[in-house]
Write a protein that binds this ligand. Sequence first.
Ligand code: ZN
Length: 436
Amino acid sequence: MRHSWIVFVACVLASSSSGAQRQAGAQAAVTVIRAGTLIDGASDTVRRNQLILVRGDRIERVGDGAASMPAGARVIDLSDATVLPGLIDAHTHIFLWGENPDKGGYDVNILKAGISLRAARATFACRRALEQGFTTLRDVETEGAGYGDVEIKQAIAEGTIPGPRLFVSTRAISTTGGYNLEGYAPELEMPKGAQLVDGPVEARKAAREQLDHGADWIKVYMTHRSWVDNAGNLVAQPTLTVEELKAIVDEVHGWRRKVACHAYNGIGLQRALDGGCDSIEHGLEITDAQIAQMVKQGTWYCPTLAPYYHDWAPENTPEGRRDRKRAEVHGASVQRAVKAGVKIVFGTDMGGIEWTEPIAQEFPYLVQFGLTPMAAIQAATSRAADMLDLKGEIGVIAPGAYADVIAVSGDPLKDIKALERVRFVMQNGNVFRQTP
Ligand SMILES: [Zn+2]
């Protein structure tokens, strides 16, 4: 069905393209951005006084500030700003509205909000991301909101609501005993925040269903509960087996898509690597042997430091000890992964963190744990684009790329927090935000 539709559209485009369309292309709006400082997202060097020529939704040319400008071009003067590519957050949940225990925790997301309220909140989240300069998100599951992310993506693509380019992963997959809601009377059939499967056959079937309904990525949970044991070590309950994960990975790779694995540490993280996952999410505690395996297999690492420095339970309670231990091991793991050359992408777990908070708060943690400010910016631009198979198309200011362009006041290489103060956002050649 979908195939024949594409063929139909292609025919219509082909039949009308020769004359009228080519003319429309030549007449597409031309904008010139004058960049005082340019960080292009890919190169390690900064350039001064650059002109970025945007035609339609793409960047056509990047050159010296003295270059001539096409007549009639609209000029956007950012000569007092640092210009960067639109940012990419590779780990968000647009359908999650915080997990603060004082506000009812995770469970009220599902128990106290119907699908319309959840869609409205997701719409808010998308606008928030875009106004902060995040022009692309990899959204890693809807937390019980089914295939809502596919439809929010559609609403953005058709221009109904503003929002970033979305890569969606729909329902996510875990096992029986491997996801919320839990802790209710066993007689009650509670809804779950992920699709639960047991055995390789069910695992593959769930992946097929999710891909069929529009998942760009498949998200799996390789660990669930975590606590500190008597010896003071962080322990995480493993969920899917290697056989179950391999069935999913085999299916998803056949569709030329990728698998993101939520994995804290230990057995579950090892199974994620042995099962061939493409990205480790969180990766709170990774051993040197596991880091070596990630380098060898080319596994992406999406740490999420900020949420683990948030909302710690009181000290000297089991939860308080767990929260402090998680932060302690996470920072150390990122440090060792950076040294070993693991491919790191920027992710925040926004949604777990409330959407009213700044997304860029993750940057200072990445810098604290070993990335240079430039590498941290690249983790949220060209590196993430590479993981999303859009290298050269997003996450970079270069000819041929989509015109996703942002600007901040100040120098983020000296003060990484400057990335929290985005004052200009262009997406696909359209200005979404421009403040003095
Ligand atoms: Zn998450």
